[in-house]
Design a protein around this ligand. Structure first.
Ligand SMILES: Cc1cc2nc3c(=O)[nH]c(=O)nc-3n(C[C@H](O)[C@H](O)[C@H](O)COP(=O)(O)OP(=O)(O)OC[C@H]3O[C@@H](n4cnc5c(N)ncnc54)[C@H](O)[C@@H]3O)c2cc1C
Length: 589
């Protein structure tokens, strides 16, 4: 069980939320450590903040980065598995570089030695799976659709498929024929699906494109399909997991974004301009954990040997070297910040210097580690942790700011990596990507065909590989924040045994007819539970029309706020941009 749910990463934060931490806390030990900057959160935003800060000041600045996990990277962590000397790498969370980065994020990638287009061109094998006759499939389960059935997807599109299988399968007409004959759907649902994908119809004739977009943004894709396109509700059920990577279903996805970002059907005849570029375009074997690792190498060169992106892939991190007193930059893991305050140091005592909680000349940061409490001091502090946490650890923040920070309720995400002895059954079933709209795990993705820096993907169905399985926690009909909270409770209350049993049962049902046997073919599972996953903001406008993300991220004395929540959306690019902004705020002081 990885992700955020293991006790040393989870317990202190949740005791803080429940008001149960301070009454039982031990005395604080003063470390007498003093830094130029302390960053809370070692995700891409926190690591980028340390990088930008050092760049803006000088070599030799002293920086401490704290994180509650036992690994750095935040959502961008790696999982790794070795069997008989064959190592498989996968992402635990953050998957790939989406959209063409610009500005500071583009510059940062380049300084890390990442040229996304060159990397993708030189190290990946688009068309690998289709050359083996494999492609996207859809699994109908008997509980939802009346019959278990695995079929080729008649209109394959996912961003994963688009990146690795860029040409449309030539047998499209045949796929529709098979689908219309064999799919366990009513004739009406089949007919509606066919016309949704194949008809060029303008549902809002007479409106200008911007008026159409405004209307589409104001309705969910689920409502568009049933109320505007007049489709059978089963069409929504069939399509519901196509946005699974976002941890939401179609009731929380607006129709414009669903079509533009996720390529869902129905809007082809609406005469809309092309959607802004958000396609994924670079994908490392461990997802964006590679970005986190390269940032760590820049900050603490001895911790990750080598000089290039390629040699970083198989290089081992020296975890003991992350928090070395001889290094000006240190990363202290398994350390949860519990109190962050502006204070006045001894040389600025007395009247006339304002309120120390705002006008202090340094910041103290108290953190909990292995049952003990420690205090460090810094000239500046950047909170690159989650907005929801900040109001608990920053007691002096104004009440309105705390209230604004609380409007972001992050999504629960579950990413399960299944380590497989071989993928013969997938090959036989001709699928490397499966949508399973009614099943426990709704999206199944076989490892991407990447070869980089001595790491090579599994090139034969007889070799071990990794399969990623996603589950979506949805409670349609409730507001997004309630859906996410209920999902989080469910996620954290599910045992390893349940996740394992469901994975075994589902894979046996889907692929058993093609020879899969979970008891023999599964070598291991890594369950990555991200209780607080993507940034998801309450869409209600704030009273003064200033977005809650902007109200919440205001600097407070010597404390500034980074992380994606501060940007109001979620991507690694956003994590870097918010880090850059926060660094330049604190540098003004
Ligand atoms: C499953 C999943 C898949 C994703 N896929 C993509 C993708 O493909 N592409 C993309 O661009 N984005 C993706 N994202 C979005 C992702 O959130 C961002 O890209 C980015 O990794 C977020 O970086 P961050 O530093 O802002 O936040 P995080 O990565 O969340 O880092 C914040 C860190 O602060 C820590 N922290 C919180 N409170 C405290 C405390 N009190 N003390 C110490 N530490 C604390 C957290 O535990 C965490 O480690 C994905 C997210 C998830 C969950």
């Amino acid at each position: 069980m990885r992700g955020s749910g293991y006790p040393s990463a989870y317990d202190v934060g949740h005791q803080m939320r429940d008001g149960d931490f301070w009454p039982h806390s031990p005395d604080t030990i003063d470390t007498h450590e003093h830094y130029d900057l302390v960053v809370v959160g070692a995700g891409i935003s926190g690591l980028s903040a340390a990088y930008f800060y050092r760049q803006a000041r000088a070599a030799g600045v002293r920086i401490l980065i704290l994180d509650n996990h036992d690994d750095f990277g935040g959502h961008a962590q790696r999982t790794q598995f070795t069997h008989d000397g064959d190592t498989r790498i996968s992402n635990a969370g953050t998957f790939w570089i989406e959209g063409r980065y610009a500005g500071v994020a583009k510059r940062l990638l380049s300084e890390l030695g990442i040229d996304p287009e060159k990397y993708q061109r030189d190290n990946t094998h688009p068309g690998f799976y289709s050359s083996l006759g494999m492609g996207q499939g859809v699994f109908f389960d008997r509980e939802t659709f009346g019959r278990d059935k695995l079929l080729p997807d008649p209109a394959p599109w996912t961003d994963f498929v688009a990146l690795y299988e860029p040409t449309v399968p030539p047998d499209q007409a045949h796929r529709w024929k098979v689908f219309l004959q064999e799919a366990p759907l009513s004739d009406k649902a089949k007919h509606d699906l066919y016309r949704l994908y194949n008809e060029q119809r303008d549902y809002f004739p007479g409106l200008k494109p911007e008026e159409k977009i405004a209307k589409l943004k104001a309705m969910s894709y689920a409502d568009f399909v049933t109320q505007i396109a007049g489709c059978d509700p089963m069409v929504v059920t069939y399509l519901q997991d196509r946005v699974a990577g976002s941890a939401c279903r179609l009731d929380l996805y607006d129709a414009y974004r669903a079509s533009g970002f996720r390529h869902l059907p129905g809007l082809y005849g609406m005469g809309l301009p092309a959607y802004e570029d958000h396609e994924p375009y670079a994908h490392f074997p461990d997802g964006n954990a590679t970005i986190a690792r390269l940032l760590v190498r820049q900050l603490i060169p001895a911790a990750l040997p080598g000089n290039t992106l390629e040699d970083s892939i198989l290089a081992k991190v020296d975890y003991a070297g992350l928090d070395n007193e001889t290094s000006p930059i240190r990363i202290r893991l398994s350390s949860t910040a519990v109190q962050v305050r502006n204070v006045r140091s001894s040389q600025w005592q007395g009247e006339g210097f304002g309120d120390p909680a705002v006008d202090g000349d340094e910041v103290t940061i108290t953190y909990s580690r292995a049952g003990k409490l420690y205090r460090v001091a810094a000239r500046h502090c950047i909170l690159a942790c989650w907005n929801y946490v900040i109001r608990y650890i920053c007691p002096d923040l104004p009440a309105e700011q705390k209230e604004a920070l609380a409007h972001n309720v992050k999504t629960p995400n579950l990413w399960v990596n299944v380590w497989l002895r071989n993928w013969r059954a997938f090959h036989k079933a001709k699928v490397n990507y499966i949508n399973a709209p009614g099943s426990y795990y709704t999206s199944l993705i076989l490892q991407a065909p990447i070869e980089v820096g001595g790491y090579r993907h599994s090139s034969s169905p007889d070799e071990p590989t990794v399969l990623t399985m996603l589950r979506v926690y949805a409670h349609p009909g409730l507001p997004a924040s309630a859906q996410h909270r209920l999902g989080r409770i469910d996620l954290y209350n599910t045992s390893y045994e349940t996740f394992e049993r469901e994975a075994h049962a589902q894979l046996d049902r889907m692929l058993g007819p093609y020879g899969f046997n979970a008891a023999k073919d599964i070598l291991g599972l890594t369950i990555n539970r991200w209780g607080h996953g993507y940034t998801y903001w309450d869409p209600t406008p704030s009273p003064d029309d200033v977005p809650y993300a902007v109200r919440g991220r205001q600097p407070f004395g010597r404390i500034s706020i980074a992380n994606t929540d501060a940007g109001g959306d979620d991507s690694s690019q956003m994590a870097m941009e918010q880090a850059y902004r926060a660094v330049h705020e604190v540098l003004l002081l």
